[in-house]
Ligand binder design. Structure first.
Ligand code: SIN
Length: 282
């Protein structure tokens, strides 16, 4: 087979070509993909045909699998979470800007999402590059963020009184949507140094970040709102159109993502594996 290719997308991310993820990767090919992942924080694969076992094997090449405590697992594969929307369901999972597991003390390093059933049209996922978003901030804003920490939580999303629980149809599919599983709030620096790339990253997100530590909700919103608006600008965003055989692998420390919900009346089924991460530092 010819050498693996790494083709940067027009926006954030890169597409990896000439690779078959159903086969074990050589050390050399894995090193190429790992470098692309570190450089871009977001990589895509097309035209793959992989079984759940091969999905798990690819994930294990990167590290330990983190079993998400909220999502329904794929039957027979506790390591794989189902991201499913049925034709009669109105709300989707992940339909807002977020990064997976920022509510954990050691947030998941990455998520590998495999398309299993796609709607005839729609259901794209948008990704934002949070290193580029940080870089583009002006010096005054960067100075203001220096040393700040933010509080992140899963309770308002997955807990007993949460948004998903209230939305009924999604709540039914989150198998552990219970306050007991939504752990205590955690604190991370607002700007982290990425553990792989060493880049500075804006590490707050609209879904799971509650407030700046020690600040009122109002003062927090006054800072976070404009930061979120800044990060959502087109220049930092890639829109990924799923096709049969597509796989996206994003770094949760370096990106946000947003699953578009524009395919009412159709089924969309994805398989997601999240990988264990580490504590984050400024
Ligand atoms: C997610 O938020 O992890 C799911 C993304 C998607 O379904 O596109």
């Amino acid at each position: 087979m010819t050498a693996i290719t790494v083709t940067p997308c027009t926006g954030p991310g890169a597409e990896i070509g000439n690779v078959d993820l159903s086969q074990p990767l050589s050390d050399e090919d894995f090193a190429t993909i790992r470098q692309a992942f570190a450089d871009h924080g977001l990589i895509f694969f097309r035209d793959q045909t992989i079984t759940p076992e091969q999905h798990i094997a690819f994930a294990e090449r990167w590290g330990d699998i983190n079993v998400n405590r909220f999502f329904t697992p794929v039957d027979g594969y506790p390591e794989i979470a189902e991201v499913r929307k049925e034709p009669d369901q109105k709300t989707n999972i992940g339909g807002g800007w977020h990064t997976d597991h920022s509510y954990d003390q050691e947030p998941a390093m990455g998520s590998i999402l495999v398309a299993r059933e796609l709607p005839p049209a729609g259901g794209d996922t948008m990704f934002a590059d949070m290193a580029a978003a940080y870089d583009a901030l002006d010096a005054e804003t960067k100075a203001k963020l220096d040393g700040l920490e933010a509080v992140h939580s899963s309770k308002h999303i997955f807990g007993g009184e949460s948004a998903y629980k209230d939305s009924g149809d999604v709540g039914e599919r989150l198998h552990n949507a219970d306050a007991a599983d939504a752990l205590d709030d955690v604190v991370h620096p607002v700007v982290i140094t990425h553990p792989l790339s060493g880049k500075k990253i804006l590490y707050v997100n609209p879904a799971f970040t509650l407030r700046i530590k020690g600040w009122t909700p109002e003062a927090s919103l006054a800072l976070l709102g404009p930061l979120y608006g800044h990060a959502m600008q087109d220049e930092f965003v890639t829109r990924f159109e799923w096709k049969p055989g597509s796989i996206a692998f994003w770094d949760n420390r370096a990106t946000w993502h947003y699953a578009l919900n524009d395919y009412q009346g159709e089924r969309r089924l994805m398989h997601r594996i999240t990988l264990e991460g580490c504590a984050l530092a400024a």
